[in-house]
Design a protein. Sequence first.
Length: 326
Amino acid sequence: MNNKVIPNTILSEALQWHLRVSEPDASAEIWTGLADWLAQDKLHNDAYDYVSHADADLNEWAELQTADVELVPANVDDAVFSTHNDNDDQTRQRWYTYGGLGLAASIILSIILWPQLSAPRYETIITKPGQTQIVQMGEGSRIHVNGDSEVTITKGNNRFAKLERGEAKFYVKHDARNPFTVLSGKFELVDQGTIFNVKRTPREFSVGVSEGAVTFRSDQKLVEISRGKMLSIGRTGGAVLKPIDPSYIGEWTRKQLTYDIAPIATVIADINRNTGLVVAIDPSITGRTFSGTIQLNDDPEKLMTQLEQLLDLDAQDTKQGWLLTQ
């Protein structure tokens, strides 16, 4: 097994962030700072994961009243550790500081070679095309994950989620002291008492709000997205905030899709995600757009007939799936 080397400096930074967000009154700015730090480097995620795991085991370690941690440094950049029985209260007190977190700091700063953890801090929900899943986040909040999507949640923190790809609708019970935060790529969303839908694909990122409001943050820029507004960012980086009927936001949960001058490639990608079908379009029509509503019928042939009528195209059933042509 290959070990991963994490510099002491990164482990130290991870510990500081963990201490900040562990405070009961940790502000939204602190959570935002953590999200920024995690997005800077994959090693930051690894270090924070290890710090959190070490902290989770503190209660068990604290019960071992005769076990202390002895550092045996090898050089400036790495060290090893061992435990031994010792009744020296002064030695024990040296490690158990800051409500027990001093022990975590000692361990974190002494272990540089990354071990394989038996209990990961994160839980990842991955759905197949056509498959959805509801994740209960506690305290009246939940996440409805669409097909062909990936969402990561943090164990022990039901106020944070990360949309890696695909689409999800968030139903959040607002807590001003502990707002719900969603991270997706370099974008961050903070709820203000909200139902909102987030989509992240290679073509675009979008967030629409059907109730309440969401604060969008990227590159030090803040945008408040209120009810009936949708923010869309294309692959070139241009952002557009426009009004939308709130009932259209996240309506895929009701097996319906509504578009207003949407690229046909986006429409087909949504159909594939929601139904599990494999639908392709002829390259000659990729520049077309569509406005209207599509009912996601469970019968593939009926759905294809509907698409033929709405898009004015022919649907061919091939061995690889369906092909839409002029």
